[in-house]
Ligand binder design. Structure first.
Ligand code: GLP
Length: 246
């Protein structure tokens, strides 16, 4: 079967629209053609056209505005926090290409803070991987991960982290996968060095994030400190009903 046959029709239309959005032909805030216009333009049913629009809404690339149609959203990455996904997966989900610049990759003794977060003795060996994370080549986050060395021996040589995913490597090479995590968020202003790396003005808004992820056996597998560009991300959380008691 050729690729063309394997890709559903609605997805091919969604990909064409996505390319137009990414190239700036369909700029942020613009209205997309309606279901009717799309079905005429591509010679498909309205249901297929609707499927393409729905897929792009799912990806966070366009939004539907009641009675007005579909609009290109801002240039933000819509990151969903209800699942334990990696940066690579989140960026791909929104139709962008993830990459990293490895700023540091070294074995070191865990500081008191890192050791406490990882539940290991201070001074135990950890791998420190500091990456500038990019989407379509644009710097969007700075991410410093600490992984206990005994959990993933040889981690830093196990993959080229300029392109490889940490989660995918932990899974593929060591059979480890995060099953639980705690994330914290703090609004902040970029300091001079973070700003320079992230291509921001000093003082620009950023989101500081930490994540401590656990494996199925309860051991911490990473403690990550990240600085996300405030203008590039929307963090989305789906909430379950809570108690109505005050
Ligand atoms: C997200 C998480 C990090 C995690 C990273 C892995 O950014 N906040 O805690 O380390 O994903 O990303 P990847 O697997 O793409 O290297």
């Amino acid at each position: 079967m050729s690729d063309r046959q394997a890709t559903p029709q609605y997805r091919r239309i969604a990909d064409e629209l996505l390319a137009a959005i990414r190239s700036g032909k369909l700029a942020s805030g613009l209205r997309l053609p309606s279901e009717r216009e799309l079905s005429a333009e591509f010679g498909v049913s309205r249901m297929t056209a609707r499927g393409a629009l729905k897929a792009l809404v799912e990806q966070g690339v366009i939004a539907s505005v009641e009675a007005r149609g579909y609009f290109v959203t801002t240039n933000r990455i819509d990151q969903r926090l209800q699942t334990l996904t990696s940066f690579t997966e989140e960026v791909r989900r929104t139709g962008r290409r993830p990459s990293s610049v490895v700023l540091a990759a070294r074995r070191m003794d865990a500081s008191g803070e890192v050791a406490a977060e990882l539940g290991i003795a201070a001074g135990s060996e950890v791998y420190h991987l500091l990456r500038l994370r990019q989407a379509d080549g644009v710097p969007v986050a700075l991410e410093g991960a600490h992984v206990p060395a005994d959990l993933a021996p040889g981690l830093l040589d196990a993959a080229d982290f300029a392109s490889a995913s940490l989660y995918a490597t932990l899974k593929r090479v060591y059979g480890i996968l995060p099953v639980e995590a705690e994330n914290t968020f703090e609004a902040s202003a970029a300091g001079a060095s973070d700003a320079a790396i992230l291509d921001l003005a000093a003082g620009a808004p950023v989101l500081r994030m930490t994540r401590r992820s656990l494996a199925a056996d309860g051991r911490a597998i990473e403690f990550v400190q990240s600085v996300y560009r405030g203008d590039r991300f929307t963090m989305r959380v789906r909430l379950a009903p809570g108690s109505t008691d005050a």
